[in-house]
Design a protein around this ligand. Structure first.
Ligand code: G6P
Ligand code: BGC
Ligand code: BGC
Length: 924
């Protein structure tokens, strides 16, 4: 394969025997032709070198290297997905630049998955040379004029026309409909366009034309149109390759590999712009003198060197230069040239392809060169064919080396042993010179044997593909609009959050005064935070969070040692009888005592019971109502300390001294207060959510005394149960509430806490699927299943370190058939839901710290908040958003959030220790 032999010719019957290079031994003149054609021979090693250099440049450009400027540009195109096949609608397409001195307008009707394929209607308009080289406005006015001329003749409703603009030149895109021309190529050189947004230039021209209201929805490179035009059912093609007047390729790249995008999720189509490869002399070894003279005479000397060896605009010129050279050296045409042979552009691609044709080529040689005023000798036709074949073969092989670079990059970046991929091809070089594809295929197989490549010719030069992109753009724009409409209620602004804060402060005041309020503001009989003098061993229970724990807490001068054991509370126990629940709790305590060798010891016990209790004392708590999925019977309205003591009694031979019952918010505040005495607020954002804080006793109705403080358990989970959060409540919140075991209750909790966020997301995903925005509108059984979308998924999906494919993996485990766009939208849904939760939580904390600041009549308050809960601790952005919201709404409070290390069990033990110390002092 290392020889350059003009492939087409070799097979012809009766051809004289060839040199090892596959060239027949012609007479002496042909020696000169051979020596001349030797230059067009590109060896395998050189091809591999080009492949390696181009691959190097690709990776430099992807990494964002600017100097030295990489030889290829690697331009992101904002096309993030290949066609679904569901695209439908009528689209206008304007193609400029793909086919040289002509532009094409198409009317493409996409029929989605159901319909049969409709032939696009199209019209080609020749662009006058003065327009290709004149002022840019003239070119765009010409394009707008062609559009209206086309539409005038089209019997279609011309309302709300959506146009896809195929603009085949190197552009910096900043969106699907924003694209700045970097530099003209291929015979175009209009002024006032480079550095400008070509979509705006077209929109302005269409407006100036004023004939039709056309919305330019997307601008795409012709390679992208070619890739996207891949026949449904064949593809998806993930590479688009064009060899027409110019040449270029695009492919679907992992977004995280494109440094300029700063996007680590999804895929994006990248236009390689390999035409400029070699502008840095990398092509030196394979450039011939003919390439140099062609470049010197071109409109853009020194630029697009690679394109000038492959693109159809240049192949005819190369053949002309070689024939002129051989004629001037007396090797051909009897040493005679002609004005036509010496004038640039007189031999076109079509001519080369026809002359090279193994069957009819020789006759065409005579005809074409005759038209150029040349008389061709009998055997000379074959030599001319050799020239054509050598130049076409080189072009195909160089193109193959470039494509091999793209394929090996894809194989590498997708970490695939064997890359299976479909490449869409388009352009008149493929159409006019069929052998181009076979040489390309053969050479690609040689250079990247581990890639299984299928080549799919695009059916109509990409017009359909551009319509696909426009349809995708229109669909994505429509989906984005629907997604924004769906998520808009979750995007709370400052006024809304300040209103929540104000409503909560009002509800706090009412609750403290014992008036009707959705905030019960329950006194906890904890009057002081620890002062460090506490000592002793204590048992603690921690019920109400994700895990039930039994703890042994040893408080010494040296600090606090904790030994704990996690036990599960099966749903049937949490939702069974109260007796069963408390017997289960005592079983766990006994098991713990045995394991810790504490059996028979009656240690003071602190009971963290994380449910709303009206406390009548430190060791008396009437359960007001269950929350968080608990509903054990015969407990609500009961003193849970009694229920525990009865269970202890039922389990003879167990002695336990239940000293205190505390809420997990209080336990958390005390636990953190032990380290930081400024900690006067406890916050839980876990399965449920709630807060407590040290209130002035004088403000607490129903509790005697005006001095000192009392810790108040706000039970803010129930905030809004009076409908005061109605304006913020979405239909998704209503769905979650309806499906919960306590509808109408814990409204604030159901917008914030871990037990519910996953469900809110699931309902939004169901809604977006029903709108066809997600999962191609396919409702899956799995997604209809309650609690299938765990809140921990939000934390995982929103973690910055997770690439989209991992997000996809989480969702695929849920049996969801998704695309990168879907995964990106699921991410946005998770972000919107968790952001609202964090902001609402922040508004709550702002209400509490502002209350304390006002209580103390301080201008500035410095305070710490002890926090616990899986959602707050594990979600990557939750804590930061809470703190930011508090800073925004309570700027006069310097709030430090302390994450509790040991949970509230330690806090319960400390409350017990304080109670025991106070009890001892009473006895003294
Ligand atoms: C810690 C505390 C518990 C609290 C829980 C809330 O574990 O020790 O008292 O109930 O956090 O968080 P969770 O995410 O478990 O509901
Ligand atoms: C342009 C590319 C285009 C290619 C094929 C090149 O000159 O720079 O953007 O894709 O021609 O038309
Ligand atoms: C309970 C509170 C508890 C919070 C956090 C809520 O459901 O009503 O008592 O503090 O969850 O666990």
């Amino acid at each position: 394969m290392d020889s350059i032999g003009p492939v087409g010719l070799q097979q012809r019957e009766g051809a004289p025997s060839c040199s090892q290079e596959g060239l027949p031994y012609p007479s002496d003149s042909s020696e000169l032709v051979l020596e001349c054609l030797q230059q067009f021979k590109v060896t395998r090693t050189q091809l591999q070198q080009i492949q390696a250099n181009l691959l190097g440049s690709m990776e430099q450009a992807l990494a964002g290297q600017v100097s030295p400027a990489p030889a290829v540009r690697m331009l992101p195109t904002y096309v993030g997905s290949t066609p679904h096949g569901t695209e439908q609608g009528d689209f206008l397409v304007l193609e400029l630049g793909a086919t040289g001195a002509s532009l094409r307008v198409l009317w493409v009707t996409l029929m989605g998955t159901e319909g049969h394929r409709m032939e696009p209607r199209s019209q080609e308009f020749v662009i006058p040379p003065e327009v290709m080289l004149g002022p840019g406005q003239q070119l765009f006015d010409f394009a707008a004029h062609c559009l209206s001329e086309f539409l005038d003749a089209l019997p279609v409703s011309t309302q709300d026309l959506q146009l896809g603009f195929s603009f085949s030149f190197p552009c910096h895109q900043t969106g699907l409909d924003r694209s700045t021309l970097i530099s003209w190529t291929k015979g175009f050189r209009c002024s006032g366009v480079e550095g400008h947004d070509v979509v705006q230039l077209l929109r302005d021209a269409i407006k100036r034309q004023g004939a039709y209201n056309i919305d330019v929805v997307a601008v795409v490179n012709d390679t992208v149109g070619t890739m996207m035009g891949c026949e449904p059912g064949v593809g998806p093609c993930e590479v688009g390759l064009v060899v027409d007047t110019g040449t270029n390729a695009c492919y679907m790249e992992e977004a995280r590999h494109v440094a300029v995008l700063d996007e680590d999720r999804g895929r994006v189509c990248v236009s390689v712009e390999w035409g400029s490869f070699g502008d840095d002399e990398a092509l030196g070894p394979v450039l011939t003198t003919f390439d140099h003279s062609l470049d010197q005479e071109s409109l853009n000397p020194g630029a697009q060197r690679f394109e000038k060896m492959i693109g159809g605009l240049y192949l005819g010129e190369l053949v002309r230069l070689v024939l002129a050279h051989l004629a001037q050296r007396g090797v051909l045409f009897g040493g005679r040239t002609s004005p036509a042979l010496l004038s640039r552009g007189s031999i076109l691609l079509e001519h080369v392809a026809e002359m090279e044709d193994p069957l009819a080529g020789a006759a065409r040689v005579h005809a074409i060169l005759q038209d150029l005023g040349l008389s061709v000798g009998a055997s000379e036709a074959e030599l001319v064919q050799y020239v054509c074949a050598a130049i076409l073969t080189r072009a195909a092989r160089l193109c193959a080396a470039a494509l091999a670079a793209v394929l090996s990059h894809l194989q590498h970046s997708r970490e695939q042993q064997m890359l299976q991929i479909a490449v869409a091809t388009g352009g008149r070089v493929f159409e006019r010179y069929p052998s181009f594809l076979s040489i390309l295929q053969e050479t690609v197989k040689l250079l990247v044997p581990e890639c299984d490549v299928s080549f799919i010719p695009s059916v109509d030069g990409g017009g359909r593909g551009v319509a696909m992109v426009t349809a995708v753009a229109a669909r994505m724009a429509a989906h984005r609009r629907l997604l924004e409409e769906t998520l808009a209620p979750f995007r709370l602004n400052h006024e809304q959050l300040a209103a929540v804060q104000a409503q909560m402060q009002e509800a706090m005041a009412k609750g403290l005064r014992g008036e009707a309020s959705s905030l019960r503001m329950l006194p906890t009989y904890v009057r002081a935070t620890p002062d460090g003098s506490e000592r002793g061993d204590f048992l603690a229970l921690d019920l109400g969070g994700t895990n039930f724990r039994v703890l042994l807490v040893r408080v010494t001068a040296g600090g606090v040692q904790i030994t704990n054991q996690v036990y599960s509370i099966p749903e049937c126990v949490a939702q069974g009888s109260g007796q069963q629940l408390f017997d289960h709790i005592v079983d766990c305590i006994v098991d713990f005592q045995q394991k810790q060798g504490l059996s028979g010891q009656s240690l003071p016990l602190g009971f963290t019971f994380s449910f709303p209790c009206r406390q009548l004392g430190l060791d008396q708590g009437i359960l007001l109502n269950w929350t968080k999925g608990f509903s054990a019977s015969d407990c609500e309205g009961q003193d849970v300390v009694c229920l525990l003591r009865e269970a202890i009694r039922r389990r003879q031979a167990v002695k336990l001294n239940v000293v205190a019952i505390v809420n997990d918010t209080v336990g958390t505040m005390m636990s953190c207060g032990y380290e930081d005495p400024r900690c006067e607020v406890g916050l839980i954002v876990g399965t449920g959510t709630n807060a407590c804080y040290m209130e002035e006793l004088r403000n607490v109705a129903g509790v005697a005394g005006d001095y000192g403080h009392m810790c108040i358990n706000m039970e803010w989970g129930a905030f809004g149960d009076d409908g005061s959060l109605g304006l913020l409540r979405t239909s998704f919140d209503a769905n979650v509430d309806q499906a919960s075991i306590n509808p109408g209750k814990q409204s604030f909790e159901k917008m914030i806490s871990g037990m519910y966020l996953g469900e809110i997301v699931r309902h939004i995903l169901l809604h977006l699927t029903s709108l066809g925005v997600l999962f191609r509108g396919q409702q899956t059984q799995r997604l209809q299943t309650r609690d299938i979308f765990k809140t921990k998924f939000l934390s995982e999906i929103e973690s910055d370190s997770l690439a989209l494919r991992q997000v996809r993996a989480i969702l695929e485990d849920l049996g969801l058939p998704l695309t990168s766009d879907d995964a990106l939208m699921v991410l946005e849904v998770c972000q919107a839901v968790s952001q609202r939760a964090a902001q609402l939580c922040g508004a709550g904390v702002a209400a509490v710290v502002e209350k304390i600041r006002e209580n103390r009549g301080l201008d500035e308050l410095t305070i710490s908040v002890g926090v616990d809960g899986t959602l707050y601790k594990l979600h990557p952005h939750f804590s930061g958003l809470v703190a930011a919201t508090v800073r925004e709404l309570a700027p006069r409070c310097a709030v430090t959030f302390l994450q509790s290390e040991d949970g509230s069990g330690k806090g319960a033990a400390l409350v017990t220790a304080v109670a025991c110390r106070l009890a001892q002092m009473d006895h003294v």
